[in-house]
Design a protein around this ligand. Structure first.
Ligand code: TXA
Ligand code: MG
Length: 339
């Protein structure tokens, strides 16, 4: 049985938050909203509680978790030292969608949080519900995205229910996650710092604050170390996904070719592409702004599972700025396949 606790972004939710904090102190898990996606949280000092996260998600045990805090002072409790460039980035981008990989203070967290690594990813979310909850908790909360492993990340409480109903005791429903793509991850334990996962804090924004970033230049891309989780299949709806630049002249022909093979096509695109052939249209919204498209992507991929279709054609975007993060997720959802 999963309890859904509704909170109002601007209301007084102290009683609800206290209930969730008590649940965490008792070694249980609870999902909560952040500005990127919903997270599945548990006390990062409690190995049994952390094991419940891996269990509920069906997550491979070699894939470490990100630790969430409400106040910067909490870093001292489990970080060995904060490198200078990490401090600059933290001052510039926290609270917000930046995860910093930092040296872990040995023994300060349950070992299964970092999957045995000597580093740990930390982030301070800006979502008001996450901030109030984490500040009240005043303990490090490990939280991966609150989806079943391999599924698109949840951007609404209903998505969490879809994947984890009956597997977790609580969901805090604080409305939709606004950014819709997971945080940018930067490893500050190497010099220069390395981009491990692109997000809405872009390379350009990071470089302007810390000067240099591995993985940002084309030549260095192959050498960049990867977040362990990036090697697993991700974000996949049930039908296969094909990417396409929908302004291409021959895109109509290529979609019709699929349909002539008897395949029912779901088109995932912004409303201006409704004129292209399709058997089902899943809207990414009206606006072609990358931020707006990104915030709708995971919900749209989930919607495809409700439709009688055989293949998904998803709109591709130039991999620039936040477009790089959007295309990173789309390429994974498509397993690298293009129309
Ligand atoms: O926006 C987000 O980051 C969301 C919200 C809930 O905060 N969380 C999230 O967590 O996306 P998750 O577990 O789905 O993705 C975390 C990624 C994984 O790919 C993992 O391998 C990587 O971070 N990671 C965690 N700790 C790491 C470490 N010490 N070194 C390298 N990569 C790490
Ligand atoms: Mg995830």
């Amino acid at each position: 049985m999963t309890n859904c606790v509704h909170v109002d972004r601007d209301g007084d939710n102290m009683k609800s938050y206290q209930q969730i904090v008590d649940n965490w102190l008792q070694g249980e898990v609870a999902a909560f909203p952040t500005e990127t996606v919903y997270g599945l949280g548990a006390d990062a000092r409690n190995a049994q509680a952390i094991a419940k996260i891996y269990e509920a998600k069906g997550r491979p045990s070699d894939n470490p978790l990100i630790v969430h805090i409400g106040q910067i002072e909490q870093l001292q409790g489990f970080i060995d030292h904060v490198p200078e460039k990490a401090m600059l980035a933290i001052e510039a981008f926290w609270p917000g969608p930046l995860t910093a990989i930092l040296p872990l203070k040995s023994g300060a967290l349950a070992e299964n949080v970092s999957a045995g690594l000597s580093t740990v990813g930390v982030r301070m979310p800006s979502h008001p519900v996450a901030r109030e909850l984490l500040t009240l908790a005043n303990m490090p909360i490990a939280a991966p995205s609150a989806n079943r492993s391999g599924k698109p990340s949840p951007t609404a409480a209903s998505h969490v229910l879809e994947d984890l109903e009956g597997r977790i005791p609580y969901i805090v429903d604080g409305g939709p996650a606004t950014a819709g793509l997971e945080s940018t991850i930067v490893d500050f334990t190497v010099e220069p710092p390395a981009l491990l996962r692109p997000g809405s804090i872009t390379e350009e924004m990071l470089i302007s604050v810390i000067g240099d970033l591995q993985g940002a230049g084309r030549l260095r891309e192959q050498d960049a170390p990867k977040a362990p989780g990036m090697k697993y299949t991700h974000y996949a709806p049930e039908a296969p996904v094909l990417l396409a630049f929908l302004d291409d002249e021959d895109v109509t022909d290529r979609i019709e070719q699929l349909r002539s093979q008897g395949k029912r096509v779901a088109l995932v695109a912004t409303d201006s592409y409704r004129g292209l052939p399709h058997d089902a249209f899943v809207s990414l919204g009206e606006s072609n702004e990358i931020e707006a498209v990104s915030s709708r992507l995971f919900a749209a991929l989930r919607e495809c599972n409700q439709l009688p279709i055989d293949v998904i054609v998803a709109a591709a975007y130039p991999a620039e700025g936040i477009g790089k993060a959007l295309m990173n997720r789309l390429e994974k959802a498509a397993g690298g396949n293009w129309l």
